[in-house]
Design a protein around this ligand. Structure first.
Ligand SMILES: [Zn+2]
Length: 77
């Protein structure tokens, strides 16, 4: 097996069940992993918190509708 870069001899590496090859000449590595882009942030922590906050408050009445003045007659009689 030859390196696609420099056509040198590749070294085979075994990582558990996964085996890959790397080139000791040009540092080429055929790593069989998914292409994970860290720049692709699906949701930030702030957005997640805001969504959680809006879900709990409902977004309608935040002041409430209860009478704080009370309705009991203290002047009974
Ligand atoms: Zn190489």
């Amino acid at each position: 097996m030859e390196c696609p870069r420099c056509q040198g001899s590749l070294e085979e590496l075994s990582l558990g069940d996964v085996s890959t090859v790397s080139c000791p000449h040009c540092a080429f590595a055929d790593v069989p992993v998914d292409h994970v882009r860290e720049e692709d942030d699906p949701e930030s922590w702030r957005d997640a918190f805001n969504r959680f906050y809006e879900a709990n408050t409902g977004g309608d009445d935040v002041t409430g509708g209860d009478d704080v003045t009370g309705g009991d007659d203290v002047t009974d009689g």
